[in-house]
Write a protein that binds this ligand. Structure first.
Ligand code: HEM
Length: 501
């Protein structure tokens, strides 16, 4: 009884402390515009009344229109400053100062631990240095064979779906088949493990979706923002089961790869640089560092494998899905891409790395698609020291910062008629005077996306493989609406027809 009372008092003390902290921040930042909110819980009131991902996505877009380019909101004890202006993006992203990820990323801690995406400080620096060579040009070149092969598998799968349908070509829901491709690709490339069974893939995909829901749930439920309270909830129990199952998969992949290398069934070193540095796949680099250098342990490798499995497949799947949708909606642009492919790569030849570097129009189309549909629409940081925003507002150390890439990319002052799909926005002459931090699909600065070259190569391989075989036709449905859990997702299925050429 006494124990329960002590816990209760401890909780009351903790909540009071957090609220006082929140009030302090709110006072200091009160000059920054904010949507109206409850005196005690702030804008959490809106989130609690509308705990639907799509609604919250709309709310944020509305706030951007009304209060941008800098506005504030608060949820219970956390005050968030939302930044939408390229100058502020530059201030935060370009320096080593504000590299600490915000508390929001802690919701991913049980799953991703302190991997590259979520870690800070020295740990992040060491891991980034260790993993950067895994994206060396020599490694990426080798990966292209796998991207091409997975694209051929997808082509076959679409042909089978077309053959099974009676009466015309069926509408095909893109996200599941594209996600299959990107998941197979990341396990085969970065991790070196091939042919994961369909059922395992399915359950992995579904667990990632569940994780998205848990993270989203925690943002909208005030009690779950306090770790101790969350650990007593039902959601916590379910989340723990999901994480356990995700980790089992990761450990399986790690063990399998280790065995392959021990048995001598595959080469660990992909190539060696002129200076003698060994170039390896991501998981092999980590295993090498554990076995030969002792700079990482098994748990550390698990964190990175989970991080790369997630970051390396879901983001790219969303990017390819939205791009295929955009191409189906814009037949003229689709035709221009196909012509460029046909004139550079003869139809029977498998595209090489160099072929894919020489598709300037296709590249502009990919850029425009990532402008309108950035897979990561929002990133967050914590201010590591006081700074002045571009409007002269003082932002104190410790403030949570949300950087809204989605709204930045749809700012009409930067991109006139922003909803229009126009690849020419990325012609060199049209980019020349654009702010360097006005386009951030892969973030920028020292903590930018380590996998961006990998992602672009994979996207190109898929587009080339599909457009050579099919003409994409739109579904005729209304444009997709979005929501965000871990990434930007369409609210419903995105369907396209694949008509053989
Ligand atoms: C179109 C596909 C992709 C997009 C749009 C994308 C976007 C991003 C963005 C915006 C960030 C910054 C996140 C933040 O600061 O919180 C990021 C970080 C990261 N991305 Fe990607 N990404 C993509 C593909 C990939 C791929 C294929 C991989 C791995 C193979 C990858 C691995 C990572 C990792 C590990 C980080 C954390 C980097 C760090 O903090 O040092 N991403 N990505």
């Amino acid at each position: 009884m006494l124990g329960a009372q002590a816990v209760l008092w401890a909780l009351v003390a903790l909540v009071s402390y957090l609220l006082i902290q929140g009030f302090r921040f709110r006072k200091v930042l009160s000059h920054i515009p904010s949507p109206p909110g409850h005196w005690l819980i702030g804008n959490l009131e809106f989130l609690m009344r509308n705990p639907y991902p799509g609604k919250i996505f709309e709310y944020l877009r509305d706030c951007a229109q009304r209060y941008g380019p800098i506005y504030r909101f608060s949820t219970l004890h956390i005050v968030v400053i939302n930044l939408l202006h390229p100058d502020d993006m530059e201030l935060v992203l370009s320096q080593m100062k504000h590299m600490k990820k915000s508390r929001l990323y802690k919701f991913l801690g049980g799953w991703l631990g302190e991997g590259l995406l979520t870690s800070s400080g020295q740990k992040w620096q060491k891991r980034r240095k260790l993993l950067t060579p895994a994206f060396h040009f020599n490694v990426l070149q080798k990966f292209l064979d796998i991207f091409n092969e997975e694209t051929s598998n997808m082509v076959k799968q679409i042909e089978e779906m077309n053959a099974q349908s009676l009466g015309g070509k069926p509408l095909i829901n893109l996200m599941p088949i594209v996600t299959n491709l990107t998941l197979q690709s990341i396990t085969e490339t970065a991790l070196g493990v091939s042919s994961v069974e369909e059922d395992t893939m399915k359950s992995y995909r579904s667990n990632i979706h569940k994780m998205g829901q848990f993270v989203f749930g925690r943002v909208t439920k005030p009690w779950s923002l306090i770790p101790l309270v969350y650990s007593l909830s039902n959601d916590y129990e379910k989340e723990s089961e999901t994480i356990h199952s995700l980790h089992q998969f990761t450990y399986r992949v790690m063990k399998e790869r280790e065995k392959q290398l021990v048995d001598g069934r595959d080469e660990q070193v992909v190539s060696t640089t002129y200076s003698g540095r060994k170039i390896m796949k991501m998981l092999d680099l980590l295993l090498y560092a554990k076995i030969n250098e002792g700079t990482i342990d098994y748990e550390g490798i698990r964190e990175e494998v989970d991080t790369f499995m997630f970051e390396g497949h879901d983001t790219t799947a969303a990017a390819i899905t939205f791009l295929l949708y955009a191409l189906a909606e814009h037949p003229d642009i689709q035709e221009n891409v196909r012509k460029e492919i046909q004139s550079n790569i003869t139809p029977t030849r498998t595209p090489t790395y160099h072929d894919l570097q020489d598709l300037p129009y296709t590249e502009r189309v990919i850029k425009e698609s990532l402008r309108l549909y950035p897979s990561v629409p929002l990133i967050t940081r914590e201010a590591s020291e006081d700074f002045l925003s571009h409007t002269g507002s003082k932002i104190p150390k410790g403030t949570v910062l949300y950087l809204h890439i989605f709204d930045l990319h749809r700012n009409p002052d930067i991109y006139p008629d922003p909803q229009r799909f126009d690849p020419d926005r990325f012609l060199p002459e049209n980019c020349a005077n654009r702010h360097p931090f006005a386009y951030l699909p892969f973030s920028a600065g020292p903590r930018n996306c380590i996998g961006q070259k990998f992602a672009i190569l994979e996207i190109k391989a898929v587009i080339v493989g599909l457009l050579r075989k099919f003409r994409l036709e739109p579904s005729g449905c209304a444009p997709p609406s979005f929501f965000v859990d871990l990434i930007l997702r369409p609210e419903g299925p995105i369907n396209v027809k694949f008509v053989p050429i």
